[in-house]
Design a protein around this ligand. Structure first.
Ligand code: KIV
Ligand code: ZN
Length: 524
């Protein structure tokens, strides 16, 4: 199919490897460029701008290899408006099954001042260079750089010259991200309506994102008649970047009702290539980036999670599978509700009754208040740590621990013992030792500590610690566990959990010392 043969088809021109790679710090190695080009080819990108062949030996080699390897995409190289650039570009792309030369020159008053050319001198140069490119390659794209700040009359004049010289694609760059949607649509519409020969060529739009309008401006240009969008994966590119490929493609797919255009992009490949480009360029994708951000299909608030569980369409306008994700994510956090927690427990294979869910939910909320995201392992730890809570005769009500820098640590612990509140303060060799001593003062016992183990359940400094404590008393062994973002609190609770289990085992195994008979009067 030729570019002009279908009026609703929008051609996707990807310039991740040229404009994207040009952004400071985003340089890719030769192999990385080849890998990205092959992913773009596989995902159905129509034209890959593979580099700027005269810029360096490395750029030349990358463009030529990509040209030779490409299976489906047209391969394009960039060239300034001079014969040396154009010849070098042709040398690099000529072995592609479908080669294209893209040549450009800055046409706005500011950009004309750089080579210090008059309007007429520049017009002549455009005629000469486009004709030269056209003699080498029958597929030539021409761009008046900074078109959106070029005087209308002059822009119309040079576009006509480029068309007459043989360019089959006219790209209208918004080089500095200055235009706005209405203007972007009008400019293309007017060029098509007023420039002689304009109906014989394809108009392209190339927007930068300096005002955050690159996607909107590109789609507006399509509404005005452009049929090629120039874009990059993740919106990579100079300064604030270029139009993001994933955004324009998904916008046309999701809102076909008001944008009746289509592309040949296999959108299920979007996520994978986005991740690869982020990795090789070193430019991480912001969490709330449209389509490919980590949070783009994540729902945290209780109302949203509940709505999502009932029907994903309540809060999703596209299916995560359409961009290559396995599904939406309902990360649990402080805004999550009971329905999401029950759902998560189900996914983790933990069926719980209503009462247990109530208890887990209370502790989950406490945890979520202290921690940004609650991971699956945190939930497992919460459930395990909370087994049999209602049978606990010993419960920590509050604790205050002061770590000693030059001296011992001190712990003051308040406990509920069979419904009675008791407080004790003890010093120890570190906060855990001091806490255990205070607990022993409240509940004297001869249990020997057989094991004390701390694990970080999840990553980050706000990770939950799970602590296991194993006690042995008169041949009876009991293990207690607790999870908390505070390791000392988790330790004290695990110790108390183990003591409770010892008590239960003793009660079950007949007469002996009953903790209920212990007097707490003397304890302060
Ligand atoms: O932004 C721009 O004007 C460009 C041209 C080279 C097309 O990248
Ligand atoms: Zn650009």
């Amino acid at each position: 199919m030729t570019q002009a043969s279908n009026k609703d088809r929008v051609w996707i021109f990807d310039t991740t490897l040229r404009d994207g790679e040009q952004s400071p710090g985003a340089t890719m190695t030769h192999d990385e460029k080849l890998e990205i080009a092959s992913l773009l080819d596989e995902m159905g990108v129509d034209i890959i701008e593979a580099g700027f062949p005269i810029a360096s030996e490395g750029d030349f080699k990358a463009v030529s290899e990509i040209a030779q390897n490409s299976k489906n995409s047209m391969i394009c190289g960039l060239a300034r408006a001079n014969f040396a650039d154009i010849d070098r570009c042709w040398e690099a792309v000529r072995h592609a099954a479908q080669p294209r030369i893209h040549t450009f020159i800055g046409t706005s008053p500011l950009h004309r001042a750089i080579p210090n050319l008059t309007q007429d001198e520049m017009a002549e140069k455009i005629h000469e260079t486009v004709s030269h490119a056209r003699n080498l390659c029958d597929n030539v794209q021409w761009s008046p750089m900074d078109a959106t700040r070029t005087e209308w009359d002059y822009l119309a004049r040079v576009v006509e010259i480029a068309i007459k010289a043989g360019a089959s694609t006219i790209n209208i760059p918004d080089t500095v991200g200055y235009t706005a949607p209405i203007e972007s649509a009008d400019l293309i519409r007017r060029l098509i309506a007023e420039v002689p020969g304009a109906d014989e060529v394809i108009f392209a739009t190339h927007c930068h994102n300096d005002l955050g309008m690159a996607t909107a401006n590109s789609l507006a240009a399509v509404a005005g008649g452009a049929r090629q969008i120039e874009c990059t994966i993740n919106g990579l590119g100079e300064r604030a970047g270029n139009t993001a490929l994933e955004e324009v493609v998904m916008a046309m797919k999701v809102r076909g009702d008001i944008m009746p255009y289509y592309t040949e992009i296999d959108t299920t490949k979007v996520m994978n290539i986005s991740r690869r480009v982020a990795t090789v360029s070193g430019f991480a994708v912001q969490f709330n980036k449209a389509i490919v951000g980590k949070n783009a299909f994540a729902h945290e608030s209780g109302i949203h999670q509940d709505g999502m569980l009932k029907n994903p369409e309540n809060f999703e306008i596209m299916r995560p599978e359409d961009v290559g994700l396995a599904g939406s994510s309902l990360p649990l956090g402080k805004h999550s509700g009971r329905a999401a927690l029950r759902d998560k427990l189900g996914q983790l294979g933990m069926e719980v009754g209503d009462n247990q869910l109530k208890d887990i939910f209370v502790r989950f909320k406490e945890l979520a208040d202290r921690k940004k995201e609650v991971y699956d392992d945190d939930i497992v730890a919460l459930v395990r740590a909370g087994e049999d809570p209602e049978n606990d005769r010993l419960q920590i009500v509050s604790m205050k621990v002061v770590c000693g820098t030059g001296g011992p640590a001190e712990a003051t612990i308040e406990m509920d013992v069979d419904g009675k509140e008791v407080i004790a303060t003890e010093q120890g060799d570190g906060p855990v030792d001091a806490s255990f001593k205070a607990i022993r003062k409240i509940h004297p016992n001869t249990a020997r500590l057989q094991l004390y183990q701390v694990n970080a359940v999840t990553e980050g400094t706000d990770a939950q610690a799970t602590v296991s404590v194993r006690l042995e008393e008169d041949g009876v062994i009991a293990t207690g566990q607790s999870a908390n973002t505070d390791t000392v609190v988790a330790s004290a609770k695990a110790y108390v959990h183990a003591l409770n289990r010892l008590l239960i085992r003793r009660e079950k195994s007949g007469p002996g010392v009953d903790a209920r008979e212990i007097s707490y009067k003397d304890v302060t």
